[in-house]
Write a protein that binds this ligand. Structure first.
Ligand SMILES: *Cc1c(COP(=O)(O)O)cnc(C)c1O
Length: 368
């Protein structure tokens, strides 16, 4: 055996992660560019100080107060009649989804999604020793529903991962599509990953409203994006209580620290402020899409706080050129495309100015 005796399938693999570079304009990991308000900071600090006084004790394993806060929030954000027993949380929705794979995947079982999509999904499957099957999205990044349904019926996955809005394309799924795929999955779990749910355009409903109709539906959310709390690491889901109970079997004891619980509960009390910039970010997103189209780029419709655009003959050169202007975006998605997160108006101006200069010397891809 070679040292260290890492699992065969992990050998030589680079750990996942976007470059963390210290540049003036950071538009690469879909964070909310606006920090918490001074009032929210003060309340979070006070809540953490109170929690600190009892850090000799393990935290509430069932994070009861936080589940109540999350359920109440979801009922203002597309859900109705969501109770605390229907809510589960962990250290980021990445951990929530890994727990789902640990509970419902495993050897001899299959997880399925449709590419291009979030690059972490196959990693959860690998880490939970679950077979990974990937279907493909249509040219415009929507789902071809007949093909999607057919693939689910054929592969009988125990977990289907459907991000809506999808990362990195920004594409949202209509509720009829979610319903159809929940039915096709039979007793398999269908996770609608709404990490960017709060940014959806008006008229795009949340899958939360489908929970009463499909007991195999899980809707995943996070405080990392619209909530402006990526540093706190808090993701959560809403689903049938039986699903939460199954996840409880695989979670590590006391997985949510007292500090995390206090922070997230305090942040929820400030939800209107923390989410206060979402309308502005959505408007900035729509303006960015419009501007990019005016410049002649191909741009995917976006319900999220980022935009996928292209198509470049050498996208890496464009990415690098922007970086040299102090603007960090993300080299992800199908070849030829780049993804930019929506920042403040000033940051978007810096992005547009830099892009205008960089593309003068960078050929576009021939699209005929
Ligand atoms: C950012 C993102 C998440 C959220 O991850 P956290 O672990 O909650 O920070 C989940 N799903 C997708 C598709 C994302 O892009």
């Amino acid at each position: 055996m070679t040292f260290p005796p890492i699992r065969e399938e992990l050998r030589g693999i680079e750990p996942y992660g976007a470059p963390q570079l210290d540049v003036p304009v950071q538009l690469n990991v879909n964070e909310n560019p606006y920090g918490p308000s001074p009032e929210a900071v003060a309340d979070i600090a006070a809540a953490v100080a109170a929690a600190a006084a009892t850090l000799n004790r393990y935290p509430d394993r069932e994070f009861t107060a936080l589940r109540e806060g999350l359920a109440a929030y979801l009922n203002t954000s597309g859900g109705s009649d969501i109770t605390p027993e229907m809510v589960w949380a962990a250290n980021g929705s990445n951990e929530v989804m890994l727990q789902i794979l640990q509970a419902f995947g495993g050897p001899g079982r299959t997880a399925l999604s449709f590419a291009p999509t979030y690059s972490m999904y196959p990693e959860y499957a690998r880490d939970a020793m679950t077979e990974w099957v990937v279907g493909h999205r249509a040219e415009d990044f929507s789902l071809d529903l007949d093909a999607a349904r057919g693939l689910i019926l054929e592969k009988q996955p125990s977990v289907v991962l459907l991000p809506s809005p999808n990362n990195p394309t920004g594409t949202a799924l209509p509720p009829e599509a979610v319903s159809m795929l929940c039915e096709a999955a039979g007793d398999g779990i269908v996770v609608v990953d709404e990490a960017y749910g709060e940014f959806r355009r008006s008229g795009t409903p949340s899958a939360l409203e489908l929970l009463p109709k499909h007991r195999n539906l899980v809707v995943s959310r996070t405080m990392s994006k619209a909530f402006a709390l990526a540093g706190a690491r808090l993701g959560y889901l809403a689903a049938d209580p039986a699903i939460c109970d199954a996840i409880r079997v695989v979670r590590l004891p006391y997985h949510l620290s007292a500090v995390t619980q206090a922070t997230a509960s305090a942040a929820l009390r400030h939800a209107p402020e923390l989410l206060g910039n979402v309308a502005e970010l959505r408007a900035e997103r729509d303006r960015t899409v419009e501007w990019l189209r005016e410049q002649g780029f191909v741009v995917a419709d976006s319900d999220a706080n980022f935009v996928l655009f292209g198509m470049f003959a050498d996208r890496h050169a464009v990415w690098q050129g922007l970086l040299e202007h102090g603007v960090l975006i993300r080299e992800t998605g199908p070849d030829g495309w780049l993804r930019v997160s929506i920042g403040t108006a000033d940051e978007m101006t810096a992005f547009k100015d830099a892009l205008t200069v960089v593309v003068k010397t960078e050929p576009m891809r021939d699209q005929t």
